[in-house]
Write a protein that binds this ligand. Structure first.
Ligand SMILES: C[S@@+](CC[C@H](N)C(=O)[O-])C[C@H]1O[C@@H](n2cnc3c(N)ncnc32)[C@H](O)[C@@H]1O
Length: 324
């Protein structure tokens, strides 16, 4: 009861309610939150502290920067979700915040796009920095070893490594990516490897436009931490799956390498199992397995744990299934 009252009291202020709405789908720095709210840093910092102390927000700090996001779990998260659900998205103030938030996100997306245009040629080497490719790739292949794959969708395909890996296991593969440079590298990789059953095309993970129930497997491999709205990307992927289809998400477990935001355009410092499985279940998927791939000592102290989350779209029910 005390914790509930603390959380509800903390939220009972107009600016703090606006903050909850703003952080419902983004992790933002204090500076970015100030830009969205149009308020000074000392004021905003005080509101953020009250919300974080009450368990409604999680805070990450490194050096002089602090980032805030919606609480990952617990009572604070329940109160958060319940309150945000009640706030009218067409309220004038909320709409104005949302416009400024879009501008902050556009700026961030622009930086990420520039980053990928720049690293496209070196991406295969960069990807290995955390966990050896073969280790992750073996776990992914195992996760779909028991199913036939006619159509596979690789969301954020980058240089097309996943298509190359799965090409021999599938009838058709489609890779989607927002970066033209990455797509150029992917096309040359696929033709260089003589892969004719896979193609790539431009697209946005937040709005796939690939049709519903068109794929047996969808992959999101090291992409979610670059996205503004990872939950929306998971929902889009889930919609693209046929009944019985599988979604494989590979990304970092929660970490503290703040420098990755600046150097490598990361938006999120990893994801925990609870939040990914919540996004999956909210998208109508059943969680099948979670595999944590821990780096070896040889990879150094900055290497991160990578997680594979496997979820499945429930299959069609037959009349026999329903007969008790
Ligand atoms: C870190 S790379 C991973 C590429 C590939 N999945 C792999 O693991 O090698 C992330 C990719 O996601 C793409 N990306 C970022 N935001 C995207 C978006 N909103 N929609 C589609 N692709 C996006 C980038 O262009 C980049 O190629």
């Amino acid at each position: 009861m005390d914790a509930l009252l603390h959380a509800v009291k903390a939220a009972s202020d107009p600016t703090r309610l606006r903050i909850l709405v703003v952080l419902a789908s983004s992790e933002l720095s204090v500076g970015q939150i100030c830009t969205v709210l149009g308020q000074s840093q000392p004021r905003v910092s005080r509101h953020l502290k009250i919300l974080a102390d009450a368990g409604l927000l999680d805070r990450h700090a490194e050096g002089t920067s602090a980032y805030y996001r919606r609480a990952r779990g617990g009572l604070g998260r329940q109160v958060y979700d319940a309150l945000v659900e009640l706030i009218d998205p067409h309220d004038r103030v909320i709409e104005a915040d949302s416009e400024r938030l879009s501008a902050v996100r556009a700026e961030r997306a622009h930086r990420a796009a520039e980053y990928f245009e720049e690293v496209a040629g070196r991406w295969d080497e960069l990807r290995e920095r955390h966990v050896a490719d073969w280790y992750v790739e073996q776990a992914m292949m195992r996760a779909v070893a028991d199913i036939e794959i006619a159509d596979l969708l690789d969301i954020g395909t980058g240089t097309g490594r996943m298509l190359e890996l799965f090409a021999g296991r599938i009838q058709r593969g489609l890779g989607i990516d927002a970066s033209q440079k990455m797509l150029t590298v992917a096309r040359s990789r696929l033709s260089g490897s003589g892969i004719v059953n896979c193609a790539v095309r431009p697209g946005d993970a937040h709005d796939l436009g690939v049709g519903r129930e068109a794929f047996d497997v969808a992959l999101i491999h090291h992409v979610l931490h670059f996205l503004d709205e990872p939950a929306r990307a998971v929902a889009q992927a889930a919609d693209a799956l046929r009944p019985g289809g599988r979604l494989l998400i590979v990304d970092f477990a929660p970490h503290q390498l703040e420098a990755l935001r600046i150097e490598d355009a990361h938006v999120w410092l990893g994801f925990d199992d609870h939040e990914v499985s919540t996004w999956c279940s909210e998208s109508g998927l059943d969680q099948r397995e979670t595999v944590h791939l821990v780096p070896t000592e040889a990879q150094g102290t900055d290497a991160l744990t990578v997680t594979l989350w496997v979820a499945e779209r429930p299959g069609d029910h037959t009349i026999d299934d329903l007969a008790l």
